[in-house]
Design a protein around this ligand. Structure first.
Ligand code: XMP
Length: 329
């Protein structure tokens, strides 16, 4: 792909010029394609003056930390430190139910952690890193801060994506956003050119605030996160086994803090409801709900209720975007 080859060479040049020969750069890896591609680009440009951080915020999916760390280290050879900040995030989120407040808290904690990482790096290197890489895409920019002339005002902002425009003024890191003008399919092409493994390139997008926007309400309530991880893993694995993963833009489960009556064995149960969401999309800006065969849904629902304790009902989300958004919060 010539266009992407050009984009890659141009970006590497821009990054080299921007950073200069001695400066150090920090990159926050989310586990998604975007930040991994952004980091790989910067790594090509400046080598090991790049220092990546992967934050376990306690809002990751089933075995996600182990899985992505292995890809970063063994396949992408990125210099990456893993920080376990689960307690820190979950403590701050305790009792918080408003989606926007949840997003803001998470964004703020991320920034605190990056800042801390930068300070520690400064002590180690004897100089402070000057830049922060982020895998912001064009749709993120449009949705968080409508461009002038788009006819949208600030009140049209749909959700505050934690990775756009959230940096405090006193933070001395300059931003590098090499994917800012690209759509998701272009980032995937760029990833292929950069030898990012195909399975990773094709990974469905995952939001920065993680499972916090998929556990409705208080994420620390009961074992909601644990239940969601199990349900999500069954759903995704079933999609992969059925050969459907690559036809779907994004698929995931949502935990609803709602209990309904069921009957399992001879027992009356009063357990949680989970929702399954799968959509097709070109760029995440609009989306259509994905049509599964009856048999597939039947198998998944049975498997979930039979193997996940605390769930006795499974529903499917059959709304498109608009009027819904892809995530539930
Ligand atoms: P919505 O839910 O707004 O999502 O239709 C559109 C796409 O963006 C992802 N998403 C996020 N990505 N930080 C991100 O990096 C965020 O805060 C965030 N919120 C939503 C969502 O998964 C979908 O692909």
């Amino acid at each position: 792909d010539w266009k992407m080859q050009d984009v890659m060479e141009e970006e590497i040049k821009v990054i080299k010029d921007m950073v200069g020969p001695d400066d150090h750069v920090i990159c926050a890896l989310s586990g998604g394609v975007d930040s991994a591609v952004a980091a790989t680009l910067v790594h090509r440009a400046i080598g090991d003056r790049l220092h990546c951080i992967f934050v376990d915020n306690g809002l990751l999916r089933y075995k996600e930390r182990e899985r992505v760390m292995s890809t970063f280290q063994s396949d992408l050879h990125l210099p990456v430190t893993c920080v376990d900040a689960s307690d820190q995030f979950l403590t701050k989120l305790k009792g918080v139910v408003d989606p926007e407040v949840k997003r803001k808290i998470i964004g703020k904690e991320f920034i605190n952690i990056f800042d801390d990482f930068a300070h520690k790096l400064e002590q180690k290197l004897g100089e402070r890193p000057g830049f922060l890489v982020q895998g912001t895409l064009y749709p993120d920019v449009i949705e968080s801060c409508p461009p002038p002339g788009s006819g949208k005002t600030h009140s049209h902002t749909i959700k505050s994506h934690h990775n756009v425009g959230g940096l405090p003024k006193d933070m001395k890191l300059k931003l590098i956003e090499p994917l800012k003008l690209l759509f998701k399919d272009e980032v995937r092409q760029l990833g292929r050119i950069l030898n990012v493994p195909e399975a990773f390139v094709k990974r469905h997008p995952f939001p920065g605030p993680g499972l916090a926007v998929r556990v409705l309400g208080d994420v620390t309530e009961g074992n909601a996160l644990d239940i969601l991880r199990q349900v999500d893993e069954i759903f995704i694995q079933s999609i992969k086994d059925a050969g459907l993963y690559d036809s779907i833009w994004q698929a995931f489960a949502v935990f609803l803090p709602v209990r309904t009556v069921g009957v399992q064995g001879d027992q009356r149960t009063h357990s949680y409801v989970v929702a399954l969401r799968a959509v097709t999309s070109e760029d995440g800006m609009t989306a259509d709900w994905y049509y599964f065969e009856h048999k597939f849904l039947d198998d998944v629902a049975r498997k979930i209720c039979n193997s996940v304790r605390g769930v006795n009902r499974v529903v499917q989300d059959i709304t498109s975007k608009p009027p819904s958004t892809i995530e539930w919060e």
